[in-house]
Design a protein around this ligand. Structure first.
Ligand code: ADP
Length: 479
C-alpha cells in the first residue's frame, strides 16, 4: 500500500494522485504517491501566502520561535525514521540520510534562536532633534525551489530563515524527493503555523516552478538547482523586480601538494569526490596533484576505491548508494565516455554494477592524465566521477584551481602554513577548506560561492538575514 501525500494550500491538504517516487536502490519499490499541482494550485498557494503575510510578519518573535523550536524537536526525535525515508527515496546511505536529518533539526533550532536576536540600530540624524531608526522587515511571499540532492537540509535552510524573519512561503520541492519535502511541511504545519504561511506545491518545475517565476505576487525567490534553471529564475525575477538568490553548480578543486599528509589527502579525496554518490554541488570533482606525490596519491586513492562498499542505500554496510535516477545515471555514463574520447585514462571504475535489486548502481570512476581544458574538468557531472590533473608545483595548482567558470568550494591538502594561507587568500571560491574535504560545511556560518556557482546574498547562519529581510530607515522628529 502506497500512501497519498497531498499539497498544502492555505492550510488544507489538497490534490489527487499525480506522481510516484521510486527507490533508486530498488526500482520495484514505490515510496509513495503524490499530488501534482498545476498552475491554478500554484496561484492559489501564492494568493494564500500573500494573504497570510501581514499577520505573520507582525506575529513577533515568540510565535515564530515556538514553531521553529517544535519543528526542530520533532525532526530530531524522528531522525532515524526520517533519515531512512530520505535514504530510500534519494539513494544516499542511511548514515548520510540520518546525518542530513539531524542537520535539518539543527538548522531549525538555530533559526528559532535567531527570532529572539533580531535587532536594529538607532542613530542621530544630521538634522538636530531628528532620530533615525534602521530596522529589518520580512520581504513578503518567498518562493522556495529546491533540488533533489539534499531533500531535507536544503528546504530546511531556506524555510527556517524565511519563517524566522516573518516571510510567508510557497515551497516547490524537486520532483524526485517529495516524501522528504512533505514530511518537513507536515511537521511545520502541525507545529502550529497559521494557514497560508507555508504552502507546499509539489509538481513539475516547468509548470509549478514556472508559475512561481511568472507571478508578480512572489516577492523573492530562493533557488538551488542547475545553472540553466537558475538563469531562468534570474531573468524572470529581474522582469518582476524581485529579490532572488541562486545556488547552482560547482567544479570544485582539491589541491594536493607534495608536502601533504597522504592519509589526510586520500580521506579528503574519497569523501569529497565520492560520498553521497558524488551528487553534491560541493563535491571535489577536480583533484589537482603535484608531481612529487602524484603516483603515491593515485595508488592510495585506487586502493581505497576498491574497498568501498557500493550497494543498497538502506543496507547499513553500504558506503556509496546508487545514482538518483536513470537520467542522472545516463549523464554520468555520457561524461565517462566523453572523458575517454578526450584522451583521459579511466584508471578505476565507471561501469554499472548489478546488485540484489534493480537499481542505478555505478562504480565510482577515477580519471588520470586529464587536462583542465577537457569537458570533464569544466562541466559539472554530478556523479561519482573525479579526474586527476597533474601539475608541476603550487603556483600551477592554484592557477588551475581558479581556472573554472564556477567558484563554490575549494580545498588544499598541505602541511605548509605558507601555502595554506596563500591558498585561502587567493582561491576564487566562496568556501575554502584546508586539510578537509570540499564538501561538508557547518550550519551556522554562511554558505555560498562566486562566479557561475551562486548569485545574491549568502545562505545559512545569521548571514541568511540579508536575503530574507529588507531594510527600513525611519526618521522621527519629536519636536
Ligand atoms: P537538477 O538538475 O538539480 O534537477 P533543476 O534546475 O532542473 O536541477 O531543478 C532544480 C529545481 O528547479 C527543481 O525543483 C525543479 O523542479 C525546478 N525547476 C525546473 N525547471 C523550472 C522552471 N522552468 N521554473 C522554475 N523551477 C524549475
Amino acid at each position: 500500500m502506497t500512501v497519498l501525500r497531498k499539497n498544502l494550500i492555505d492550510g488544507e491538504w489538497l490534490g489527487e494522485a499525480g506522481s510516484r517516487n521510486i527507490n533508486p536502490s530498488n526500482t520495484n519499490d514505490v515510496v509513495g504517491e503524490y499530488a501534482s499541482a498545476g498552475p491554478e494550485e500554484a496561484k492559489q498557494a501564492i494568493a494564500a501566502a500573500k494573504a497570510a503575510f501581514p499577520a505573520w510578519s507582525r506575529s513577533g518573535p515568540l510565535a515564530r520561535h515556538a514553531v521553529l523550536k517544535k519543528t526542530s524537536d520533532e525532526i530530531m526525535a524522528r531522525k532515524d525514521e526520517i533519515g531512512r525515508s530520505l535514504a530510500r527515496e534519494e539513494g544516499k546511505t542511511l548514515a548520510e540520510g540520518v546525518g542530513e536529518t539531524i542537520r535539518a533539526a539543527q538548522i531549525f533550532d538555530f533559526f528559532a534562536g535567531e527570532t529572539l536576536r533580531l535587532s536594529g540600530e538607532m542613530v542621530p540624524s544630521v538634522r538636530p532633534g531628528v532620530g533615525v531608526e534602521m530596522t529589518r522587515e520580512g520581504v513578503g511571499v518567498v518562493g522556495i525551489i529546491t533540488p533533489w540532492n539534499f531533500p531535507i537540509a536544503i528546504p530546511a535552510w531556506k524555510i527556517a530563515p524565511a519563517l524566522a524573519y516573518g516571510n510567508t512561503i510557497v515551497f516547490k520541492p524537486a520532483e524526485l524527493v517529495p516524501e522528504s519535502a512533505w514530511t518537513i511541511v507536515d511537521i511545520l504545519h502541525r507545529a502550529g503555523l497559521p494557514k497560508g504561511v507555508l504552502n507546499l506545491v509539489m509538481g513539475k518545475g516547468s509548470v509549478v516552478g514556472q508559475a512561481m517565476l511568472d507571478s508578480p505576487d512572489v516577492n523573492a525567490i530562493s533557488f538551488t538547482g542547475s545553472v540553466g534553471t537558475g538563469k531562468r529564475v534570474a531573468a524572470a525575477s529581474i522582469e518582476h523586480m524581485r529579490k532572488f538568490q541562486l545556488e547552482m553548480g560547482g567544479k570544485n578543486p582539491l589541491v594536493v601538494l607534495d608536502d601533504a599528509d597522504l592519509a589526510v589527502a586520500v580521506d579528503c579525496a574519497i569523501n569529497g569526490a565520492y560520498f553521497s554518490t558524488g551528487q553534491r554541488c560541493t563535491a571535489s570533482s577536480r583533484l589537482i596533484v603535484t608531481e612529487g606525490i602524484h603516483d603515491r596519491f593515485v595508488d592510495a586513492v585506487k586502493e581505497r576505491l576498491d574497498k568501498l562498499v557500493i550497494g543498497d542505500a538502506l543496507d547499513a554496510k553500504t558506503q556509496i548508494g546508487p545514482v538518483v535516477d536513470q537520467t542522472q545515471l545516463k549523464q554520468d555514463e555520457d561524461y565517462i565516455a566523453i572523458g575517454r574520447q578526450e584522451g583521459a585514462e579511466l584508471a578505476f571504475g565507471g561501469e554499472r554494477l548489478e546488485r540484489g535489486t534493480p537499481g542505478f548502481y555505478l562504480r565510482p570512476a577515477l580519471f588520470l592524465g586529464s587536462t583542465n581544458e577537457m569537458r570533464i574538468s569544466r562541466e559539472e557531472i554530478f556523479g561519482p566521477v573525479a579526474n586527476v590533473i597533474r601539475v608541476k608545483d603550487y603556483d600551477e595548482a592554484l592557477s588551475v584551481a581558479n581556472d573554472t567558470p564556477f567558484g563554490l568550494t575549494s580545498g588544499i591538502c598541505t602541511t605548509s602554513l605558507k601555502h595554506a594561507t596563500h591558498f585561502k587568500r587567493n582561491s576564487e571560491a566562496g568556501m575554502v577548506m584546508v586539510n578537509l574535504p570540499t564538501a561538508g560545511v557547518d550550519f551556522h556560518v554562511p554558505f555560498g560561492g562566486r562566479k557561475g556557482s551562486s548569485y545574491g546574498p549568502r545562505e545559512q547562519g545569521s548571514y541568511a538575514m540579508e536575503f530574507y529581510t529588507t531594510v527600513k530607515t525611519a526618521y522621527t522628529f519629536a519636536g
